[in-house]
Ligand binder design. Structure first.
Ligand SMILES: C[S@@+](CC[C@H](N)C(=O)[O-])C[C@H]1O[C@@H](n2cnc3c(N)ncnc32)[C@H](O)[C@@H]1O
Length: 175
């Protein structure tokens, strides 16, 4: 929250998941929008914002028709690795108002074997936390099943088709 610039009026959280960061931003920023292409996540986000003060959008950040230069701040936590990073950064720079603030928390690709000690420490810490603390997991799929031109649409169980956005859990089409 310390990164929110003074006088910030509009903020966009890219890949907002169930909206935890968007809700925090909304305490400081009058107009907050969160976008995510996982329907289940956006549904949870909307349910946790009963007043509807935050604009939660179910859609693809790369193609949603936002107005250029319309956000004073754009945030993105653990999302960039899901997209083509260059396309996502280009889009963020188009949507950011001049002088705006971009905050990205990303996941770095491991450089093996140099990062092996860090990887081992992270695995131990992860399991330690899992065993001793309350465990929260973001609701969107970890692996996205893509529909290809030759494959029948078989989204992950309980998820709608990401390619055709029919909202169906299994649209049955060949994309
Ligand atoms: C690891 S989760 C992180 C969620 C949230 N930022 C958090 O920190 O809890 C990545 C999120 O990015 C979303 N996402 C990935 N690609 C996207 C895209 N092109 N447009 C919108 N959302 C996207 C996924 O649906 C997922 O909810």
């Amino acid at each position: 929250m310390a990164a929110v610039p003074p006088g910030c009026q509009t903020a966009l959280d890219v890949g907002c998941g169930e909206g935890a960061l968007a809700r925090q931003l909304a305490r400081l920023v009058p107009h907050v929008v969160g976008i995510d292409h996982d329907a289940a996540s956006i549904d949870l986000a909307r349910r946790q914002d009963p007043d509807g003060g935050i604009g939660f959008i179910h859609g693809d950040f790369l193609t949603h028709p936002f107005t250029p230069e319309s956000f004073d701040m754009i945030t993105s936590v653990a999302v960039l690795h899901h997209m083509d990073a260059r396309a996502a950064l280009d889009r963020m720079s188009q949507l950011l108002a001049p002088g705006g603030t971009l905050v990205i928390v990303g996941l770095a690709r491991s450089q093996l074997p140099a990062d092996l000690p860090w990887e081992a420490a992270a695995i131990l810490a992860h399991w330690g936390c899992k065993l001793t603390r309350t465990y929260w997991e973001q609701p969107s799929p970890v692996v996205w099943r893509r529909c290809t031109p030759t494959r029948k649409c078989t989204p992950l169980p309980g998820r709608h088709c990401q390619a055709c956005s029919t909202g169906a859990t299994r649209c049955g089409a060949t994309h």
